[in-house]
Design a binder for this molecule. Structure first.
Ligand SMILES: Cc1cc2nc3c(=O)[nH]c(=O)nc-3n(C[C@H](O)[C@H](O)[C@H](O)COP(=O)(O)OP(=O)(O)OC[C@H]3O[C@@H](n4cnc5c(N)ncnc54)[C@H](O)[C@@H]3O)c2cc1C
Length: 596
């Protein structure tokens, strides 16, 4: 059976030891975040996700969601609705929302740990609260007071959920093409008409109301992305007094049948003059939606992290139990008919790849969470600006790398099971299928790469990169004299210099020919992601060695870091070669000649 046990020790090591979050929360004055409270919250989150959500994962995949064509109603898989009721009762829906809005005011970085547990336990179920969190962020930052009272509080309390309605049949990555219309009404609201597709949690049976955040065009809007506005369009109408009225003119037209996350409803949503309310400024909807998308991008990165860990845990257990052949260097378990497959170097390669990418990704993702905390709570404008620039730079890396590594690692973990990984019984093929969507929704890997190189590096002149390089240089300088760390610090310092050089070269090439940016973006993103992970692995070893941890824990960190530096980090060489090869070999073949 495929099970999940939240890795609380490594989660706390990442958050409290490496990232020093307890000290950060005190400095930022987040009073609710006392260590004893946080420990209790994480223990309870571990219990809820392992005991309530994880056992529903396979059944959710098997049953999927139901759709009633005559009513447009969507039913979630068995147990999902009841688990959501427990989630709400436990106060989890408002964990990180401000107390003034009915939440518990805990840091976003703690919310990230909860999220990892939810996604590892049951990715499909986790999509319902994920979209609510994004809607909370958009309403919190851009909503008028009455909108916050009417819509935000019920979402924070978990009574309603949120969605994000961007995609239309003819536009996904290119939102400038969207056609959904918004006509002003006499009462100050707007009539929204159009069709949105692929809407996660667009319809379900968890709650009485669903708050759709919809991108649409006003009648006089300019073409392209400059003419998009954002609207709140509830399933059940809601007055300015917050009172819920009758059914709004919108409905789910169908649900998609898809490769994975069967328990997550993916809906076609038809809006037929539905009452909506403008949120933020007219024609500035994309800015407001970006608040939601950035939150969702980090959240999808964490989905990747959760999947890596679950896949790894199950593969590790299997590799210790499955007996096949003897170790090449001689029998290791003479009392058994064969050695467990964990003795074989190739099985270890797969397990260690999952462990190295998973534990490193945890630091990358939790670090992003602490940056969100600084942006939200710091009284120092310079600190907020620095955190914002750094987070802008790390968001596409976190989203794309963690999800692509999840695809890689769920395949490795499946392979550890051999044929038993390919059949359904062990749940490994579900993890591999579920992982696949994470590299697509919330902006494909290709779009994240363009965001990183085109926007965050070239357009914004690498402000976030400079801050990240500064962190690495400070760390290397501080640890330089520690002999025990030299195997990590020396290459890290060298790769950091190479990264700067490569970025400079690309800046020059990209200015002369924009196709060079598009041609290099994917490789540049992974080049950056692998160096970022090298930094976090070096810091993990330094922190483990300096702390009061069991010898086995310290040894595991060092050996895994060694594996990462020696066998994964060299991938950057291939990426650098591809970047330096330039656009020529990508663009030489005429579109008509691809099938010649
Ligand atoms: C299960 C599921 C759930 C979803 N949930 C939601 C949701 O809740 N709300 C919502 O609004 N949407 C949702 N989506 C839609 C999702 O965000 C889009 O599918 C995704 O953004 C890609 O858009 P597309 O499918 O139209 O692909 P396209 O935009 O057509 O892209 C096709 C390919 O071309 C590449 N490409 C496109 N433009 C460029 C470029 N300029 N440079 C380089 N490469 C490019 C892409 O990377 C991709 O590989 C969901 C989709 C799925 C499948």
């Amino acid at each position: 059976m495929n099970t999940y046990t939240p890795p609380l020790r490594d989660m706390k090591f990442a958050l409290f030891d490496v990232l020093q979050a307890e000290r950060l929360y005190q400095r930022l004055g987040v009073e609710a975040a006392q260590r004893d409270v946080l420990d209790a919250v994480l223990e309870e989150a571990a219990r809820f996700t392992a005991q309530v959500l994880a056992p529903l994962n396979a059944a959710g995949d098997e049953h999927g969601c139901g759709f009633d064509k005559s009513t447009g109603a969507v039913t979630s898989p068995p147990g999902f609705k009841e688990a959501y009721a427990q989630f709400v009762e436990g106060g989890w829906s408002g964990l990180t929302a401000p107390e003034s809005m009915g939440g518990q005011g805990l840091p976003e970085s703690v919310g990230g740990v909860l999220k990892e547990m939810i996604d590892a336990a049951n990715l499909a179920w986790g999509n319902y609260p994920l979209l609510s969190h994004g809607a909370t962020e958009a309403l919190k930052q851009h909503g008028e007071d009455w909108q916050k009272d009417a819509f935000l509080k019920p979402i924070v309390e978990g009574r309603w959920t949120g969605t994000m309605c961007l995609t239309e049949p003819h536009c996904g990555s290119d939102l400038g093409l969207l056609k959904t219309r918004a006509e002003p009404s006499a009462d100050g609201s707007f009539a929204i008409s159009g069709t949105k597709i692929f809407i996660t949690a667009g319809e379900h049976d968890f709650t009485d109301n669903i708050v759709h955040l919809v991108l649409a065009r006003l009648p006089d809007a300019p073409a392209g992305t400059k003419g998009i506005s954002l609207f709140i369009v509830p399933k059940m109408k809601v007055g300015k007094d917050g009172v819920m009225g009758g059914r709004n003119a919108l409905a789910c037209g169908s649900i998609e049948h898809k490769m994975g996350i069967h328990g997550s409803a993916t809906c076609v949503m038809n809006f037929d003059g539905a009452q909506g309310w403008l949120i933020g400024q007219p024609n500035k909807g994309l800015n407001a939606m970006f608040t939601m998308m950035n939150s969702a991008r980090l959240a999808v990165g964490i989905q990747g992290l959760g999947l890596i860990d679950r896949a790894y845990q199950n593969a590790l257990r299997y590799a210790r139990e499955r007996l096949q052949m003897r170790a090449l260097s001689g029998t290791k378990f003479p009392d058994k008919p064969a050695d467990p497959i964990i003795v074989h170097p190739d099985v270890r390669r797969m397990l260690l790849t999952c462990k190295a990418l998973g534990e490193g990704s945890r630091l990358l993702a939790y670090h992003a969470g602490t940056l969100l905390d600084m942006i939200e709570h710091s009284a120092d404008a310079e600190e907020r600006k620095a955190a914002d620039e750094l987070l802008g730079f790390l968001t596409p890396i976190s989203k794309a790398c963690l999800t692509e590594w999840a695809v890689e690692c769920t395949y490795h973990a499946l392979q550890v099971f051999g044929g038993h990984g390919y059949i359904r019984e062990w749940g490994m093929e579900q993890l591999a299928r579920d992982a696949r969507i994470t590299t697509i929704y919330e902006g494909t890997t290709g779009i994240q790469a363009l965001d990183l190189l085109g926007r965050k590096i070239l357009q914004l002149q690498g402000a976030g990169l400079r801050r990240f390089l500064g962190m690495i240089v400070d760390f290397c300088n501080a640890e330089l004299k520690k002999e025990a760390l030299s195997e990590f610090i020396a290459p890290l310092a060298q790769y950091t210099q190479d990264w700067q050089q490569l970025t400079l070269e690309l800046g020059q090439k990209g200015a002369a020919n924009p196709d060079e940016v598009g041609a290099a973006a994917y490789d540049y993103l992974f080049y950056s992601g692998y160096i970022a992970l090298a930094y976090w692995w070096a810091r993990a070893v330094a922190t483990a060695e300096a702390g009061d941890h069991p010898a086995a824990f310290k040894a595991a960190k060092r050996e895994t870091a060694r594996f990462y530096f020696q066998r994964i980090l060299p991938r950057i060489g291939t990426h650098a070669a591809a970047i330096r090869a330039g656009a020529g070999s990508l663009l030489g073949l005429a579109a008509d000649d691809f099938d010649s």
